[in-house]
Write a protein that binds this ligand. Structure first.
Ligand code: FAD
Ligand code: SF4
Length: 488
């Protein structure tokens, strides 16, 4: 373990942030990572618990006590070997994971979990800086061809694992660049995109063939999905050309708010707004970019996507930003005995919230108001929740000014046409129907077609997508070879 008495001697240290006025001027990351000494102290705090709840709380089951100990001993290269054995992309999760491992850490019983996420980031950033992250080219090729459709974290993890198992992998992506929501959802200030580019280079060196701008199947009529595809390939063609197909197309169908006035100008899905800024950051010319400069912005939806809209609007120079959440304000402190080691229900304040945002809870939008076809405000009402039902509070109606409204209420399901094109059954929520049970893990009803990530489990997290990509790769490998040495 780290230092035997470390958990009593040292306090948790959080990563710092650059000052707000400075970071609002750009779209670059602004987290100040732990230096070696601070990371060592965090590692020293780990108690090497008999039951490491951190490891079971982590969806990729990172072997956390081991790398904590190695960092305490300053054996960074071995720490990276341990981390790399369970997570293809720790530099992504080390930046943007909500860290369920820390919620599960035994020291979180006292609200002082080990800073696991900051240690993860310190290890992998050092590994890249020291050239320890190298392509791992398969020693022998199997001659089997696998198509992976969708290049988010699930597709990237799966493609990398399958290539390492010796298969000929082609990764299809309808957008112009790889990365899925890492590339065109999550803002650069949370995760810079060169981190994806260097992983893409690693994957290519490992033999993954990349085809961007290629839509597999068709987009539905009038789809609002951001789409830069230049060519299409049919599901039939893919099934003909490949020995196995893995669908990792995400859950791209945004939840709408069909109240009166929805068709006014100035009301947009978050996923129309956020990708454009990421494209501009990447140096692309974008005609008529949706911008928040000088505007009264209302973001509807209290989650991560909404928070990203807040951060981006403030960087544009919005006059003010208000974020709505339908649910009541959660408590500042969770009910620990009831929740630990599980993910707690509590108020979460992101760095984007700290940059400037009014947060309104228990509020519903009744109508969008406009003039000359443009949104000018929202009619709202306060709500209460009784026995799981939402009740409007009489007399609580308000009119709020808005000239840009961003809808960030989550994602309903994958875009149906992709699944329908393959004849894949859907579950009750419209996701690809496939279980994670060992006998037929990630397999859909269609022979040799598998599904993983948000496309299978519904809107989720990057770390879950990586887990599913890794596990689905093993399932595909087993299907093709009868056995697999890829990690579970
Ligand atoms: C704005 C925003 C912020 C978020 N922030 C966080 C965060 O901070 N931390 C976190 O853990 N999670 C976050 N998430 C969630 C996280 O990004 C997703 O859970 C994760 O990216 C899902 O990975 P995936 O690989 O399953 O799908 P995606 O990342 O959605 O990737 C799917 C890819 O498939 C492509 N595709 C779809 N259909 C086709 C087709 N027919 N042909 C070719 N290509 C296709 C898409 O273009 C896309 O590139 C956020 C999500 C959003 C929207
Ligand atoms: S639960 Fe916390 S203290 Fe225990 S092994 Fe994991 S990181 Fe260390």
């Amino acid at each position: 373990m780290g230092k035997v008495t470390g958990f009593m001697e040292y306090e948790r240290i959080e990563e710092g942030y650059k000052p707000i006025p400075e970071r609002l001027k750009h779209y670059k990351e602004f987290t100040i990572a732990l230096d070696d000494k601070a990371a060592q102290v965090q590692g020293a705090r780990c108690m090497d618990c008999g039951i490491p709840f951190c490891t079971s709380g982590c969806p990729v089951n990172n072997i956390i006590p081991d790398f904590n100990d190695l960092v305490y001993r300053q054996d960074w290269q071995d720490a990276f070997t341990v981390l790399d054995s369970t997570n293809n992309f720790p530099e992504f999760t080390g930046r943007i994971c909500p860290a369920p491992c820390e919620a599960a850490c035994t020291l979180n019983v006292n609200n002082e979990p080990v800073g696991i996420k900051s240690i993860e980031r310190a290890i992998v950033d050092r590994a890249w800086a020291n050239g320890w992250v190298k392509p791992r080219v398969a020693a022998t090729k199997t001659g089997k061809m696998v198509a992976v459709v969708g290049s988010g974290p699930a597709g990237m993890a799966a493609a990398q694992q399958l290539a390492r198992a010796g298969h000929d992998v082609t990764l299809f992506e309808k957008n112009d660049r790889l990365g899925g929501l890492l590339r065109y959802g999550i803002p650069d200030f949370k995760m810079e995109k060169q981190l994806i580019d260097r992983r893409v280079e690693q994957m290519k060196a490992e033999g993954v063939r990349v085809r961007t701008g290629v839509m597999v199947g068709k987009l539905p009529e009038g789809s609002k999905v951001t789409n830069w595809a230049k060519e299409a390939i049919s599901p039939e063609q893919l099934q003909k050309d490949f020995d196995a197909v893995l669908l990792t197309g995400g859950a791209e169908q945004s939840r709408d708010l069909p109240v009166p006035g929805r068709n006014l100008d100035g009301i947009h899905f978050a996923m129309e707004f956020l990708p454009q800024q990421n494209k501009v950051n990447a140096g692309d010319k974008f005609k008529g970019q949706l911008r928040a400069d000088g505007k009264h912005v209302i973001v509807i939806g209290g989650g991560d996507t909404g928070s990203d809209c807040v951060g981006t609007s403030n960087r544009h120079g919005a006059a003010n930003v208000v974020q709505f959440e339908l649910m009541a304000q959660p408590p500042e402190q969770e009910n620990k005995p009831l929740t630990w080691p599980y993910w707690p229900y509590k108020l979460r304040t992101s760095s984007s919230h700290e940059e400037g945002c009014e947060r309104e809870f228990a509020i519903a939008t009744k109508e969008f108001i406009g003039e000359k076809g443009k949104v000018t405000g929202l009619k709202t009402v306060r709500v209460e929740w009784k026995d799981g039902k939402m009740i409007e509070v009489p007399g609580s109606e308000q009119l709020l000014k808005a000239d840009l409204v961003l809808l960030a209420m989550g994602f309903v399901s994958p875009v149906a046409t992709v699944l329908e094109g393959f004849g894949v059954d859907k579950d009750a929520r419209g996701n690809a129907k496939a279980t994670t049970e060992a006998a037929s893990a990630y397999a859909t009803n269609v022979r040799k077609v598998f599904a993983a990530g948000d496309m299978r489990r519904g809107q989720s997290l990057v770390v879950w997508a990586i887990r599913e990509g890794r596990q689905a790769a093993r399932a595909v490998d087993e299907f093709l070879m009868g056995t697999s040495e890829l990690p579970r």
